[in-house]
Design a protein around this ligand. Sequence first.
Ligand code: NAD
Length: 330
Amino acid sequence: MQELKLGLIGAGGIAQSYAQAMEDCDCARIVAVADVRPEAAQAMAEGLGARSFESAEEMGDSVELDAVLVCTPPATHPEICLHFLGRKVHVLCEKPLAIDSRSARFMLESARKAGVKLVMASKFRYAEDVIRAKSIMTSGILGEISLFENAFTSRVDMSTRWNSNPTVSGGGVLIDNGTHSVDLMRYFLGPLSDLQVWEGKRSQGLPVEETVRIFVRSVSGVIGSIDLSWTINKELDSYLNIYGSHGTVCVGWKESKYRQSSSREWVVFGGGYNKLQAFRNQIRNFCGALRGEEQLLTTSEDALASVEAIEAAYDALRQTHWTAVNHASA
Ligand SMILES: NC(=O)c1ccc[n+]([C@@H]2O[C@H](COP(=O)([O-])OP(=O)(O)OC[C@H]3O[C@@H](n4cnc5c(N)ncnc54)[C@H](O)[C@@H]3O)[C@@H](O)[C@H]2O)c1
């Protein structure tokens, strides 16, 4: 099998995860790295035996690539992706695909016209325990899904990162962690129909939301809640609980398990979340799809649906109606 030649754009945090995950990957090799910080591109390229560039355009002009991995901050995604789609190069873009649905639609249309694949990275769909949880729910042993709960909460100081600059990030924790959440919810429940969002206290003094609670309803009528925070850690063992009419499945950081209502015993089916394994599965699926050997687990339509759900969530955040508590005066 000939390795696919990949270009990596953005040599920051998440790019390191891709580089690590691909260390023992025989389907593709990173042959070029581009970053507006040339020293970062160079350092990563050296470690990979790849060429380095100061811009995505320069990389595109200089190297024959099968596909690119876009690992730059969100607001830069459309321009970079469109550049490569225009060159008929396949694109795996980090989440969120774009910070607005208009750009995302334009990107999908450009990929369609170019006849190449545009995929948004969505690592949780590739996590072994999530895949097993999905097949447990699909098997019907826990009945029909009645309620979905997800939480991604941990204390992270975002005050000096682009994540808290809305022009670059598109918003706060809602678009950052929430993009994973809405995709996970769609994976289990299908299309989403409507949602409500409440914002918690801003303790870090950021210009964007740090803590939100989202209520979502799927087209199939199932409701779910999602808690997201950069400020608090809910200290939960599981990030995903799905309640069926005949039992519950919990997908955890260190262990995943399910229990049928008819049984007192929990059945452990997974050893928890392994980030590199999820990234490896994602890259393998992307490369397999480029070779025409397998179907993409997440399509460009999934990416657009996530962007649309997050856009709706920001609309909801601006509109959510609170009812005042009337205190009778003494
Ligand atoms: N899947 C996940 O779990 C996950 C986790 C973290 C971040 N992300 C996503 O990955 C992307 C990058 O996040 P990060 O945490 O790695 O950020 P980062 O700041 O660590 O790295 C981003 C890199 O992109 C470079 N860059 C910025 N603009 C550029 C441009 N126009 N051309 C070339 N290089 C450019 C920066 O210099 C920097 O080195 C974001 O979209 C983020 O949402 C995903």
